[in-house]
Design a protein around this ligand. Structure first.
Ligand SMILES: [Zn+2]
Length: 418
């Protein structure tokens, strides 16, 4: 029997996955392209950011997992395996954007929107740039969970989604840019715990309703130039409760006072660099490192700030002490989804290709306790892969020249589909 070609498998996947009409036969991302093994042949394989890449390699995927990786000629390719020629291309583990929002009106009513529309929106925001995981740090929990459900059922193609649901704000501390978009009756409903007991209760509710992480505004811009901080005992109680439930805590610091509260409360991930750098002391970097706090720089967000130089310095200093940096862009809040400028700014902050790739792959896997399933191209890991057409090491902008994005062995974006 003639071995099934990759092309016919691709057509099947495309027909099933990119159709806008629901069909019961669509494979779930876990099932991938069924049990057909697929070999990605040729190309440079970045097994892991700090490891020498394999120059002319082969990756074999089957049932949503990576089953083998190595140099061409050294990996056994079984008969009947589909082939995808990747000569001249560059293969990396799927990227994670650790700071996003599903708050734009186009996500409203995610449970009811057509499959094709959601797939196309997720491709526009994530898959076309190689993102196979996205961490939502603030949205309407119920709606984001509905969106995730649509993706996990296989009817919509998209990244793995983790969500904080609604953040916890200081009392009377909803940021002005959130306030301006919401009617007052909804505003009042946003969690603003005034006591440690209220914080514990709200964390418990979030977790019970399905939140994956907890997000705190330890410093909140209530007006331009004015930050309100979360009481330290409230922040501490929220963090302790989240940790008891096995959840990571992200914080929006805004200024040095907001940063200090995050640090003292034991927050795991700073969702931004400290924007108002007045009073910032470079020695804080060592405290963050000692506390094992990760940093999501979100540099593009601050590109018009007068003190951008100081903000870049913060990110630079943290990367120099090998503090853990997670890639994140605040897309959804920022309407421009293209990560190119963030990559360039990270470079400007002194991060090289290896370190930027780490922030996209191995670092988030480690932070989320998932190093055994994602972040590297290794047998046994989920087949989450990004294939770009030009060398990202020689020009960081090439990270966005994506030809294919695979999640769980299934193509969730291909340039040919555009
Ligand atoms: Zn944000």
């Amino acid at each position: 029997m003639k071995p099934r070609t990759w092309f016919s498998a691709l057509v099947l996947i495309a027909a099933a996955g990119f159709s806008s009409t629901p069909s019961a036969s669509i494979p779930s991302p876990q099932e991938g392209a069924g049990s057909i093994a697929l070999a990605l042949v040729g190309g440079r394989i970045y097994v892991s950011p700090f490891q020498e890449p394999i120059k002319d390699g082969v990756v074999i995927i089957q049932d949503g997992k990576i089953v083998a990786v190595g140099r061409k000629g050294h990996v056994k390719v079984a008969e009947g395996t589909g082939m995808l020629d990747c000569s001249g291309m560059f293969i990396m583990a799927g990227f994670q954007n650790s700071h996003v929002h599903f708050t734009e009106s186009k996500w409203n009513n995610a449970a009811q929107l057509p499959d094709g529309q959601l797939t196309s929106q997720l491709q526009g925001m994530f898959s076309q740039y190689g993102f196979t995981s996205a961490v939502d740090t603030g949205s309407m929990l119920e709606n984001t969970l509905a969106l995730r459900q649509r993706v996990e059922s296989g009817e919509v193609l998209g990244p793995r989604i983790l969500t904080a649901g609604s953040p916890l704000y200081p009392p009377n501390g909803v940021p002005y840019y959130v306030k301006s978009t919401l009617p007052p009756e909804i505003m009042k409903l946003l969690p603003q715990p005034a006591t440690p007991a209220e914080a514990v209760q709200q964390v418990d509710e979030h977790v019970a309703q399905g939140a994956d992480i907890i997000k705190l505004f330890t410093g909140s811009w209530v007006a331009k130039g004015q930050v309100v901080t979360m009481p330290l005992d409230v922040a501490k109680a929220a963090v302790a409760e989240a940790h008891k439930k096995g959840k990571l805590v992200f914080a929006h610091p805004s200024n040095v006072a907001g940063f200090q509260i995050a640090l003292q409360a034991g927050v795991d991930v700073l969702a931004h660099t400290v924007e108002d750098t007045r009073g910032w002391n470079p020695s804080y970097i060592f405290q963050m490192e000692a506390h094992g706090m990760s940093l999501i720089p979100t540099l593009k967000l601050f590109v018009n700030d007068d003190n951008l130089k100081d903000i870049l310095q913060e990110a630079h200093d943290y990367s120099q002490v090998y503090g853990q940096i997670l890639f994140g862009t605040d897309v959804g809040f920022l309407p421009d989804y293209d990560p190119t400028q963030e990559y360039l700014l990270m470079q400007q902050a002194g991060m090289d290709f290896d370190h930027i790739l780490d922030s996209l792959t191995t670092a988030p896997a480690k932070r989320f306790g998932e190093s055994n399933v994602r972040g590297q191209i290794k047998a046994g890991m989920d087949a989450d892969l990004v294939i770009v057409t030009r060398d990202p090491e020689s020009d960081i902008r090439n990270l966005t020249r994506v030809n294919y994005t695979f999640r769980g062995g299934r193509i969730i974006y291909s340039v040919a589909e555009r």
